[in-house]
Design a protein around this ligand. Structure first.
Ligand code: G3H
Length: 487
């Protein structure tokens, strides 16, 4: 399938009005593998005029798409899911190279995405409106009834991140389509080859010309232009808090749905099952080298069990494998860029300098950073507050659950938290007080299953995602009031 979206010189094209078009001004961005810098391909660095065309096309096509029956839309989505699975190997291989993710996780990302798309079709088919009688409000009469249906918003701008280039693009496209919108997909440059591949799967499944269009290009050149474009009716963005805050500051009167950064805490109480806790902390903190918004990013452990917890974590860290994901399935992979690795190393250096105790790791070879664990991290250290997006975890010792809650809530972020305890009262006590979108009891922080609501508070996001929630976010109620004269 990949040959349909690129030419013999390995120049990828964009999907516009049902055609795969090359750069009109012959300007390209080179996409290299973070693993070994090999060139994977080139994508058009689209101009503002090309962005205009993508959005105008989407605007026109949406007028027909909104009238396609829900059942027909669902059928297209089911076919897209099948196509993804059919090409799973080719897509996973591209993903390994493009974003340096281990092969097993790439396979599971494609499978999870197919499940997501199917479930979105099922959910879309089961969304219905309501009718509200007028006489239930004080003074109301029974001559009025409100019929409430959902209708699409128009053109959805879907901006997907590098770390889940298929799943976090599809989780915007599928609900957006199901709600009757057309989509302009602007993937992050690293990951955009996978994004284009996904678009091809939707096209092959039968998404009509113009209903899904892709835009590749430099954020610095077209980022502000596309997000403030008058043709865009909704923006669904996943990425850093910095970029999310910028988008929110320059847009006006356009609804936003955003999943941003996090500093998810694993809170470990004195009665936790420490074996289970340690397994979850290691899986939650280090998988894909910590490059997940929902990764465990700090451990707040009650002093009396801190040493025992460390004893359980260290052997698990020793077992983590690291290296080149092209050679074998490894847990720790090279980070997405040298800048990303430099940033993680800054946080490590700051923690060392301010007296944190290095328990494990701390070394770097190129962009590959050892899984790293610090004890005795204090609140004056950057690692206590900043999101590394890398394989490094701070342990902050606390005297009790209240101190853990206080520290957890002092973060600017509020995506998720985990609490480990065998006492249901303590679990609820902590969960009720945490200022986050989701609290996981006795499990690592994580987004799925994908039909659960997923949201961040404070600097972690705006709005709620999750299959039904995403469809609702990308549609609005339309109210028709019937006024009867003979009642
Ligand atoms: O990176 C952000 C993703 O939404 C995290 O998803 O919890 O399934 O890894 P995940």
């Amino acid at each position: 399938m990949i040959t349909a979206i690129r030419d013999e010189k390995n120049r990828y094209r964009n999907l516009q009005n049902g055609q795969w078009v090359e750069s009109r001004n012959d300007t390209y961005i080179t996409i290299k593998s973070p693993i070994d810098d090999t060139v994977l391909g080139m994508v058009p660095a689209m101009s503002k005029e090309e962005v205009d065309m993508a959005i105008e096309t989407a605007k026109k096509a949406q007028k027909q798409w909104r009238n396609v029956t829900t059942d027909e839309k669902a059928e297209i989505l089911y076919r897209a899911a099948d196509i993804l699975l059919k090409y799973k190997e080719e897509l996973a291989e591209l993903m390994v190279r493009e974003i340096s993710k281990d092969r097993k996780s790439c396979y599971s990302e494609v499978e999870r995405t197919a499940d997501f798309i199917r479930f979105t079709a099922d959910t879309g088919k089961n969304i219905s409106g309501e009718s509200i009688p007028g006489d239930s409000f004080p003074g109301g009469k029974n001559n009025k009834v409100s019929i409430v249906r959902r209708e699409p918003l128009g053109v959805v701008l879907a901006i997907s991140p590098f770390n889940y280039p298929v799943n976090l693009a599809a989780s915007k496209i599928a609900p957006g389509l199901m709600a009757g919108n057309s989509i302009v997909l602007k993937p992050a440059s690293q990951g955009c080859l996978c994004g284009l591949y996904l678009a091809r799967a939707f096209q092959e499944a039968g998404v009509p010309a113009g209903v899904l269009n892709t835009v590749t290009g430099k954020g610095s050149e077209i980022g502000d232009y596309i997000t403030t474009h008058k043709g865009i009716d909704f923006i669904n963005f996943t990425g850093s808090t910095e970029v999310g805050a910028h988008i929110s500051s320059i847009t006006s009167m356009v609804p936003l749905l955003m999943e941003l950064g996090g500093k998810d805490a694993a809170i470990v109480l004195e009665d936790a099952d420490l074996e289970l806790t340690a397994s979850n902390i290691v899986a939650g903190g280090y998988s894909y080298s910590g490059q997940r918004c929902t990764a465990v990013k700090r451990i707040l452990v009650v002093e009396e069990v801190a040493d025992q917890l460390i004893e359980k974590i260290l052997p698990k860290l020793e077992k983590l494998t690291m290296g080149n994901p092209l050679d074998r399935d490894v847990d720790i992979v090279p980070l997405i860029s040298t800048n990303a690795a430099d940033f993680v190393c800054e946080l490590i250096a700051d923690a060392k300098e301010k007296g944190a105790k290095l328990l494990f790791g701390g070394n770097r070879e190129g962009n590959l950073i050892q899984p790293t664990l610090f004890d005795n991290v204090t609140t004056d250290m950057r690692l206590a507050w900043e999101e590394p997006f890398g394989p490094v975890l701070p342990i902050i010792r606390v005297k009790d659950k209240d101190e853990a809650i206080k520290l957890a809530n002092e973060s600017e972020y509020g995506l998720q938290s985990a609490v480990f305890t065998q006492n249901i009262n303590n679990a609820f006590y902590v969960a009720n007080k945490l200022e986050v979108g989701t609290v996981q009891v006795n499990n690592k922080t994580e987004r799925g299953p994908d039909h659960f609501p997923f949201l961040g508070v404070k600097a972690s996001g705006i709005g709620t995602q999750g299959i039904r929630y995403s469809i609702e976010s990308m549609s609005r109620p339309k109210v028709t009031v019937i006024n009867l004269s003979n009642n």
